[in-house]
Design a protein around this ligand. Sequence first.
Ligand SMILES: [Zn+2]
Length: 181
Amino acid sequence: MDPAKVLILNQTFEPFQVCSARRAVILLFAGKAERVEDTSRVFRSPSTSFVLPSVIRLHRFVRRPVQPTIAFNKKNILKRDAHTCQYCGRNGGERMTIDHVIPKSLGGRTVWENVVSACRTCNLKKGNKPLAEAGMHLLRRPTKPLSAFYLGILVHAAQRCEGWSKYLPLEADAHAMMGGR
Ligand SMILES: [Zn+2]
């Protein structure tokens, strides 16, 4: 079956989990969930054919366990930024560097809100200058990911988000939704 991922919404329409298309179809056939968004792809077997879902919603509310805080490290910073240079938008895979938006030499701290993924070219170009002086700007303001759960969902969405985006809260809204953690 299709390896694409499906977004599962809780009964309340909040993002709940990301699962395989196979699991989503099992949930639909078992009557545990309903289709919310479809993909443009159709699964065909000799006996049946159906449109693969992109987003499904659980019929019953499921309480999600409290999410541990996400570790602050290079791997997770790159993950948050989908391995994309936050200055030029280039995807540099594993060869990305981490840049301090406000340079350390100017008092910039090493925190989620001040570090971004940057390609080598942009990192060199920016050097120890503040953004304005370097004549560069950020694709988006860096924030602390809410949890490993959200980071995972955002990474999937960045890669392939057929129909997902309207169910994913903006970072700020999600923060309030999850009790401001
Ligand atoms: Zn760049």
